[in-house]
Design a protein around this ligand. Sequence first.
Ligand code: S3P
Length: 736
Amino acid sequence: MGGSLAAALKARGFYGRIVACDPSESEIALGIEKGLIEAGGCELAPLLDGVSMIVLAVPVLAMESVLESVAANIGRAAPDVVITDVGSTKGTIRESVVRVFDRMPASVVLGHPIAGSEKSGVDAANPELYVDHKVILTPEPDTRTRALERVRALWQACGAEVLEMSVERHDQVLARTSHLPHLLAFSLVDTLARQDERLDIFRYAAGGFRDFTRIAGSDPVMWRDIFIANRDAVLSSLDDFEAGLKTLRAAIASGDSDALIATFDRASHARRYFGTLLSKTSYQAEYHMHSQQRVTYRVQPGGQAQGRLRVPGDKSMSHRSIMLGALADGVTEVKGFLEGEDSLATLQAFREMGVAIEGPHQGRVTIHGVGLHGLKAPAGPLYVGNSGTAMRLFAGLLAGQAFDSELTGDESLTKRPMGRVADPLRAMGATIETAEGGRPPLAIKGGASLKGIRYDMPMASAQVKSCLLLAGLYAEGETRVREPAPTRDHTERMLNGFGYPVSREGDTCWLEGGHTLTAGPIDVPSDISSATFFLVAAAITPGSDITLEHVGMNPTRIGVINILSLMGANLAFENEREVGGEPVADIRIRYAPLSGIDIPVEQVPLAIDEFPALFIAAANAEGTTRLRGAEELRVKESDRLQAMADGLAVLGVEHTLVEDGIDIVGRTAGAGESPSYAGGTVDSLGDHRIAMAFAVAALRASSEIVIEDCANVATSFPGFLGLLERIGMTAEEARA
Ligand code: S3P
């Protein structure tokens, strides 16, 4: 460790003198020969003359005797000398310092670089050893700031990242992350070696053995010292490990494959998460990185709208399949799961609450349900990215848990209203804190005893309804929700599918707490909201003919079909069937001229996500299309009324924006198939549906449409641009 420190400093141009003390003369000679040190010797006292910093790099149990000679000769060092160390345990070293100096001097800064190799000696000195590694410093309250800063600067100069923590925390953390793995490696190698004295068995050892046991080649003296020095913390981590091993042993003995898969899956994901941390891309960081990447679409004007397509799985159902699957008893197999960022965030959140989930792999996910009361407290806040659905549904579900939790999201989500769920949940007895104005993050107190309520929703929101029904699973008595207009009913249908009774009469649905969910297979149909972009593409393009396969046709989702039909679109439904309690069909659409209409207000909640695309249909319909009663569009991933109005203005489409809607004056292709509007550059404001709507608009534009800020298309529609190309459009994306 000391050799590598000297090598790192020299390699980075340190111009001061480095002297070393070591019991071996040949090591000192080698250090001088390699240019790592200027001088050295086996006796400490003369080497201390005028030094400004002393770094103790000796085995932990040798530390006290070295400290004694330092203390006896400290007068030879510079007056502001700083003493630090590289020992792997800190509690015992602090005790030694206090014994030797009668107190903890303000100039002593204990430290521990989390780096090293199984090799030791000057020959193993590596100037890169500390680069991108962490160094933990454990200053005391009265440590001199200047001393701390100098030790910090020393390690930063070697390329390390410096952290601070208390001595106690350091020893606990290191017992688990370093000392325990070393103990296991020493023990495994020794056990196997003793079983086979000729060590023949190692000839057949595979990569697993090599990877697991590399550290068993480490310095025995150093590690003996560490285990003796950090005895209590090591013993407690060993107890936890033995308990885990015992559980696995029992699962193997009884052939409990669910328990094995649950443990391995949790571990495998935790290991991958650790891997992403190592490469500095945690799920959250990756997500942020991705959404902060500027993705621009360039879509060429004109093109065709032809072909048979299957768009990805339904987003609302994908979220719910994971949520209910996790809370069910038994194993839920999901097909058609949307591998978009929103539903993946939900999946990840359940993993963080201890649920074993296999996949997704080509839309297949296997969820090992833990039952209504089997979730575990997550280690930190649950991050749900861009997804309002995840945040609101989680709020209900987490309000019923025994543990505290926190929900956070990306910048867009942070602006969205959560009072609409926090208020009724509070009325049920939950304790929820929001940021100012009822915005995320949400902090939810665990252990509340919830009571069912009758709630008259002030807005038609499936998310609010679903949130309350999920809280109702944990509440005493009945939870009843009345909706001012019908909203998507996937939660009710899926709960029934899992054998949980939910009733409905007219505009009110209700359930009673205390029943259980039983796992079963789920087949998620294609998302009608994603299909909409291709319905509109065909509806506005002369000569078009598109068939969309296996689309969910739930009556609470088909506002777009009703509205396009009223505008004169030529739609046909084939292969109509029911899959897992949800109606499904193949939708064929061919070009027919569209006319502007007054959109019936009762269709608004049934087409709430489809308006950005429907506005493009309106821009290609003869006359005026009028939308009212759609103020909810202002609180989606963006203010969709404003974002669409701004984009339509760029294209030169006449429109009037009002508080709860818009009038759009459109024109059809007409004779000679002349374009309906201009091209230009529009800003999607990071809203996936705005981006996709303007991409489709290019079919009828006179020149290229450039759409900015499109990264979030990946939240709901991975592969969108590829499908645009498939129908006969020309589009590309640029990332910056
Ligand atoms: C959704 C409900 C709708 C919709 C959202 C998904 C759901 O939101 O806009 O994309 O899965 O429950 P509201 O319920 O807030 O209208």
